[in-house]
Design a binder for this molecule. Sequence first.
Ligand SMILES: [Zn+2]
Length: 459
Amino acid sequence: MNVPTPARCFPLLRRAAGLLHVAALAAAALIAGPAQAWSNHALCTWPALSAMPELASHAPVKVERLETFLAADPAGLAKLLQDEEAWARAHVPNYPPRPDALAFQPDSANGARLLAHFLKAVRVNPGARLALYLQLPPGQAAGARTVLAEADVTVMKTDEAAKLNSFVALREGELVSVNDVIASATDEPDYGLDYGLWQDNGTAHGALYGFGKQPFGNPAVEWSSQGPLHLGYFHEAGIIYRAAPFLKRAYPEYRIHLWRSLAAFALRSGHDYWGWRFAGWGLHYLQDLTQPYHARVLPGVGVMRMLGINALDIVGVHGPKDRLIQLVTNRHFALENFERGWMRAAYGRGFEADVGIQALRNTALDGKTPYADDWPRRVVSAHANAAADAVDASLLRWFQPKYMSDPAYVFGVSEAGVDTHAELAKTPAAHEGLKHDLAPLLGQLGATSRAFVRSLIAR
Ligand SMILES: [Zn+2]
């Protein structure tokens, strides 16, 4: 029997690994593109949390500026952030430590200075708006509140948010519902909090923050830079990590734990508005991990097939690899596009009867095990990863072939203004079939969201 010796195997393996690396890099570059896991988290959060009587009966909370919260107990906050950094260093795999020079300094009563210290200590984009605002559910009027422009709330350079979302200003001291605060905040991490954090993003803060070079995605593209904090490929085959070790450098767990700890601190000290807003920020990243295309590099593609395609690549046949990456990217974007149209339509009419809304509110899915720090990796992304192949097959079954199987088609580029939900609604069997197949994902999103929020109520 001709058994390859390690000496003969390793160069081949290295060569294959190198090409797999390229494929994974390209895939991750595309996957970490404009995709936002779930388009508009707030539309999913409202129904998910409306099924929590303990939240519905919660007294409204008083709005306060971030500077007011920071100035209330700077020493306590410094201790909390110090403990948080120690936790991240001990528990987040491959964590890039926050430089000691950025530790929060509680030495000033000056609100603006405290704010600057805080933004550095938690390593967010100092250009993030952090306005006092609420998002309005579709169809809800602004009433007496001032309508805000997109640029008041988000640094996103597209006009998509303005077209789709309504934002209103809040004033310090006014009372707002907890569900509205959390739901609005669950979309906020997509408004630029995590832009430009890597040292090769060409930003002043990226040069200071100590995150290193952007692990995947295109560092020259602003929206791409948030990807490694908003997704987690935690359950790939071992060979994928050997070929593409940069996939391990994804840090949603850092963000989730940081914002949850700040939420608990704010709630403990009577700053409920910031308590629930931080909770919404943490929940955003957890919800991101319920999206299969944020939990698996190439859904629907087995490891052997990937290796086979790379074997072709090795001998100079690059087409299959390029086509595969384009197809998976198109499916990812088509899913998000459908979900956005679906939720907007559900808010328009038939809200109670919609299978997605019902899934989001289905408390029968709530487990008895309380939320714990290892959930993002062990529970949430593992579930999304396990669902990835079936979801991919469902998209393939119900969507038009051009979105699924035409590698010459580039979703979002080949055509403008695509609305896959409206298109599929013309074919009721396909429309209902896809909603039925995707509802379990929304069910998981709902149950996960309630577990996370419940853990802060029961603190
Ligand atoms: Zn996100």
